[in-house]
Write a protein that binds this ligand. Structure first.
Ligand code: ADE
Length: 226
């Protein structure tokens, strides 16, 4: 899978893409990540990519031309399954959304900044608008990183233990069961006895019970969807 990210701040991605599961996915050849600086597509001598909004108002608006040139350049090189735009007024990202994206071959993600992007970008070039939650970030970059992370870890082969992504919170519509490791007794706070029993069937039953209990307590709305 290949993901191209269009941004005014490509340097924001270097740390996140160079660590942990995302870098493992890249190094293992499961995921190709490319960032593109939208300023490189400006024809202005000061590399301007934004301008004042028509009709007045606060904040600057990202111009259509540099973004259009960048998208068209990429589209001339390969076919894209989806062009996404990160926006707080988009469809809310969730595990099902991540699962669907992980099945695509080539995706483009446009990150907005300032007051927004010229509406014609959204009308002409964007297939889906995606939000990571009901709050406003200063730009789409952090949201795009969240999406890349959620997608990278479910590409088959990326995680060593094939089952671990499948046992995630939300993957089966339930929250995860609690997990423990050594020591079995931390200052009198003991690991549930059942997990030390070696009885796998009983452990699996206990975990499912815990999942249901947690989901009921913390996110009863998820149970309505099952
Ligand atoms: N850009 C600004 N806020 C955002 C959000 N909540 N989700 C996605 N992109 C954004």
């Amino acid at each position: 899978m290949r993901i191209d990210i269009l941004t005014l701040f490509p340097e924001m991605f270097t740390g996140v893409f160079g660590c942990s599961i995302i870098s493992r996915a890249v190094k293992g050849g499961y995921l190709e990540l490319h960032t593109h600086d939208i300023r490189d597509y400006s024809t202005d001598k000061h590399r301007r990519v934004d301008d004042y909004p028509f009709g007045g108002g606060a904040g600057m608006v990202m111009m259509v031309e540099p973004i259009a040139r960048c998208i068209e350049q990429l589209k001339s090189e390969r076919k894209y399954d989806l062009v996404l735009f990160m926006a707080p007024d988009g469809k809310t990202f969730d595990q099902n959304y991540a699962n669907r994206l992980s099945l695509q071959e080539n995706i483009m993600i446009l990150c907005g900044h300032y007051k927004g992007v010229d509406e014609r970008v959204r009308e002409l070039f964007i297939d889906e608008e995606v939000s990571i939650g009901d709050y406003v970030l200063s730009g789409g970059e952090i949201a795009a990183m969240a999406i890349v992370d959620a997608v990278a870890r479910i590409i088959p082969g990326v995680l060593h233990d094939e089952t671990s992504a499948l046992l995630d919170s939300f993957q089966d519509g339930l929250l995860s069961a609690p997990v423990y490791t050594r020591p079995a007794d931390y200052q009198g706070y003991k690991v549930p006895e059942i997990l030390l029993s070696g009885h796998q069937k009983k452990i699996d039953d206990w975990r499912l019970e815990q999942q249901l209990k947690r989901t009921q307590e913390r996110r009863p709305d998820l149970l309505e969807d099952i």
